[in-house]
Design a protein around this ligand. Structure first.
Ligand code: SAH
Ligand code: SF4
Ligand code: F3S
Length: 480
């Protein structure tokens, strides 16, 4: 019997692939602490580290909220915490390597504090291979829980505290949508708002549909209520979150889509609305018009292309080709000429030829993106692409990445140069990384600006004149 056979509650990638037509329940106000757990964390501290995307950032806010209902207090010093929670990401191998490095580090801490609890959650916890590896090689882990059962955290901590063996509870299939869970938001002015969970796209390289389950939209009433409360609390910006926001509402079958939703969110008068991520396949022209219809919807669209070559796009299962992508891109540029557009690109998909890669270079050259997140393809266990033979040398892949990144930098600089001399609106985040006297914040187009200003402007929207463009940031001076 392998260790894996011993876990009853572990993940299963095959089961995670299944998409049922069953309607998902939306559960309100169901969260309660198990008996005796309200003081469990009293006088104790937790350290919470988040890897990966905004979905994880938002989940961490829920985890923090739950822990604080148990009396725990957050600290940012891992060495002195009573509970360490690593909320992990499985998107690429190097993301996973970082987490295993951290898990190794915690082993030493346990020598000094035998009562220390180490919990692993997030997308890696949804992978069979990872849970297996933890059970075999990292037995100092106390608790593994997944992305679908964060609301069980108090009960699981209770169990992990009582049992010697690692406690594992990971559901391969999504459960109900849980509303009204506690949350400790990371920021006072900018908030993440989930509009949907999961992903049904199954791009052939991607692990997310397995780790996050099927697409489940929140009810528009719940979303609007949340945004309205944020407005009352003084929030200046919300970012609507989904792996593929453009398919919002498909599962609810109410004839109400992302375009309808964003227009309604705009009516709450939250000063700034952002959204991510957009998938070109579900992005209708009517949605572009909706984004363009209200001044508090920011002119910034992250529109991952992944590749500029139609054959590779087909192998990736992206469901659009180069021409269809460009049609959408051109419509956005035509109707929103001042919008910033960014993208994601994977180079070195299995068997990508030089010619196919040149198509990615040429689409980039044409689109002149404001910025791009570029990655070398990383095979993910259990995905269809991981089974494809691959004859491309790693060196060739990294050369392609370097060439692409040179173009990314060149176009980023070109896009930023257009801002020189302009007066822009900036939502002030707080002191910049370099100095207390320099504030930083983002423009409507999501450009990071540094400018000298007093720190009491944090959370305000101010006018800044751009004096100098750099590749990644803009420098400016406060004008009002
Ligand atoms: N839902 C979003 C993306 C989520 S993952 C979307 O569809 O756009 C963020 C990015 O990681 C992806 O856009 C892709 O560029 C990259 N990515 C995903 N899986 C990858 C893999 N196996 N190897 C390398 N990059 C990957
Ligand atoms: Fe992954 Fe594709 Fe879903 Fe994005 S749309 S999360 S890349 S499967
Ligand atoms: Fe990573 Fe999971 Fe997000 S794999 S990118 S944390 S959905």
């Amino acid at each position: 019997m392998t260790n894996y056979d011993k876990i009853f509650n572990g993940p299963n990638l095959k089961a995670a692939r299944i998409r049922t037509k069953e309607k998902v329940n939306i559960v309100h106000d169901a969260y309660e602490l198990p008996l005796g757990m309200a003081d469990f964390g009293k006088g104790k501290t937790y350290y919470l580290k988040t890897y990966g995307c905004q979905a994880n950032e938002r989940d961490s806010e829920t985890i923090a909220g739950i822990l604080e209902t148990m009396g725990y207090q957050e600290i940012d010093d891992i060495d002195h915490a009573d509970l360490i929670v690593l909320n992990t990401c499985a998107i690429r191998e190097n993301a996973e390597d970082k987490v295993f490095g951290k898990i190794g580090y915690v082993k030493n801490l346990k020598k000094f504090n035998p009562n220390l609890i180490l919990a692993i959650c997030g997308c890696m916890a949804q992978e069979e291979s990872v849970v297996n590896k933890i059970l075999e090689k990292y037995q100092h882990v106390d608790l593994v829980f997944g992305t679908h059962n964060i609301n069980h955290l108090p009960k699981l901590l209770q169990q992990a505290n009582q049992e010697k063996d690692v406690t594992v509870e990971v559901f391969s299939t999504e459960g109900d949508v849980q509303e009204d869970l506690p949350a400790k938001r990371a920021d006072k002015y900018k908030a993440w708002v989930n509009i949907m969970y999961g992903c049904n796209k199954f791009c052939t390289y991607c692990i997310v549909p397995y780790t996050r389950g099927k697409e489940r939209s929140r009810l528009k009433e719940d979303i609007i209520k949340e945004v309205a409360e944020l407005v009352d609390q003084g929030y200046q910006e919300v970012t609507l979150l989904g792996q593929n926001v453009n398919s919002y509402g498909n599962d609810l079958e109410l004839g109400y889509d992302f375009g309808d939703l964003i227009k309604e969110v705009a009516k709450t008068n939250i000063p700034r609305i952002r959204f991510t991520t957009s998938h070109p396949y579900d992005f209708t022209f009517a949605m572009v018009d909706a984004i363009n219809s209200a001044d508090n919807i920011m002119p910034y669209i992250h529109l991952p292309v992944q590749s500029g070559n139609s054959e590779i796009l087909k192998l990736m299962g992206r469901k659009y080709d180069r021409e269809q992508y460009l049609e959408l891109f051109n419509y956005i540029k035509k109707t929103m000429p001042n919008a910033a557009i960014t993208t994601d690109i994977i180079v070195g998909f299995p068997n990508e030829t030089d010619e196919q890669f040149e198509d990615t270079m040429s689409i980039y050259d044409y689109c002149e993106y404001d910025l791009a997140y570029t990655f070398v393809y990383s095979p993910r266990n259990g995905t269809p692409a991981a089974k494809m033979a691959d004859n491309v040398d790693l060196q060739v892949k990294s050369d392609r990445l370097r060439r692409l990144n040179d173009m990314v930098n060149e176009k980023a600089m070109k896009a930023n140069k257009k801002f020189e001399g302009r007066i822009v609106e900036v939502l002030v985040d707080g002191p910049s990384k370099k100095s207390d006297k320099v504030m930083s914040g983002y423009t409507r187009e999501n450009k990071l600006v540094n400018f000298a200003a007093p720190s009491d402007l944090t959370g305000k929207i101010v006018s800044v004149k751009i004096t100098e463009a750099k590749t990644w940031t803009l420098n400016g001076e406060l004008v009002g």
